[in-house]
Design a protein around this ligand. Structure first.
Ligand code: AFP
Length: 336
């Protein structure tokens, strides 16, 4: 039980004081992302009114053009970071190329941001939870010059911070700066994210597995055998189709989330930079594990393209280990 309300801003500021040489730039950047999340939350909550206000691409009753929510979320994130002056560049799942942001008031930024502005957006029309995922890297190119693609093409191990916002029955922001994971629930009455989940730890095992079982026959043999094993253990299947929501459940109740290769997506569907790396950093910081179908740690994967895809198995450490054993056993058997 928390004795008094601690807002996200206060928490971030307090944490900054734990680092004697911190300049406050990361603090400000995290705060700006929190502001963008509140703006996106406001629009997500109105999504059900779209049929009344107008549909995407046409004018609403006020004469404004109604946008698709993922496009809107993308614009809001970019706007917030553009004006903040703490971000040298941003790349998102919505954009083909990254954007280099100019310094503000003569100040040159040292961080770049990667983001999936509205993950699971195909769920919006049916009122199912969606999320925003973000990651922050220290740029590797020269400060003072326009940022370069290399600033974004860094392994997950180089992440300075990562987080997600889940727009669910309540809106919650979960983030890490590599020193544990904390969650903040939006109190709509005061418009603040308030510390609600301190030092989140993933249980070693859980009672659920999360995979699009509709693709079962398209998975490799070893993945199918692992899924059979989960079913043999009487684990429940939970799959929302919105990675943030599925992983958020695992953060608290344990379990495993899988998106393996299929015939349609031989390299996996999810994006390494925007989805897999930030979520893996958070999961590892909470004591979990995240690997790909080749059993490589997600955060160690080389990245050569902004929109590179990856396969993933993440969640409770003992369940990821089990999955690893199945892959080892059945892929060896397949080679005989
Ligand atoms: P959308 O953003 O297009 O809805 O995709 C969501 C997502 O990237 C991830 O959040 C889900 O876990 C996964 O794709 C769902 O994909 P399937 O519909 O193929 O299971």
């Amino acid at each position: 039980m928390l004795d008094r309300i601690i807002t996200l801003d206060e928490f971030i500021f307090r944490r900054q004081k734990d680092f004697p040489f911190a300049s406050g730039e990361l603090t400000n950047l995290l705060r700006d992302i929190g502001v963008a999340a509140k703006i996106i939350n406001r629009e997500v909550n109105k999504a059900g009114l779209v049929n009344i206000l107008g549909v995407a691409g046409i004018e609403n009753s006020s004469g404004d053009l109604v946008q698709k929510l993922d496009v809107y979320a993308n614009e809001k994130i970019v706007d917030c970071l553009k004006n903040s002056g703490e971000c040298a560049g941003i790349t998102t799942e919505e954009m083909e190329e990254f954007i280099a942001l100019p310094g503000v008031d003569g100040k040159e930024a040292k961080y770049v941001v990667v983001c999936d502005p509205l993950d699971g957006s195909s769920n919006i029309d049916v009122n199912v939870s969606v999320g925003t995922i973000f990651g922050i890297y220290r740029r590797v190119s020269k400060i003072g010059e326009a940022c370069k693609v290399e600033d974004f093409l860094q392994k997950g191990t180089a992440l300075v911070a990562a987080g997600y916002v889940l727009y669910g029955t309540s809106t919650i922001l979960v983030y890490t700066t590599g020193n544990g994971v904390n969650g903040f629930t939006l109190d709509p009455t005061i418009g603040e994210f308030c510390l609600s989940h301190r030092d989140i730890r993933i249980p070693a095992r859980g009672n659920y597995y999360s995979v699009n079982q509709g693709y079962y026959l398209k998975f490799d043999l070893e993945v199918r055998r692992y899924i059979d094993h989960c079913s043999d253990l009487n684990l429940g299947l939970r799959y929302i189709g919105s990675m943030v929501s599925d992983v958020h459940r695992i953060m608290f109740q344990g379990g495993i989330f899988l998106y393996p290769n299929t015939r349609k997506y031989p390299k996996g569907k999810l994006r390494l930079l925007y989805e897999c790396n930030p979520m893996s950093f958070i999961v590892e910081q909470a004591g979990g594990k995240a690997i790909n179908s080749k059993l490589e740690r997600i955060l160690d994967l080389d990245i050569t393209e902004l929109h590179q895809r990856a396969t993933i198995a993440m969640g409770s450490p003992e369940m990821v280990d089990d999955m690893q054993n199945f892959v080892n056993r059945y892929s060896a058997a397949a080679m005989v």
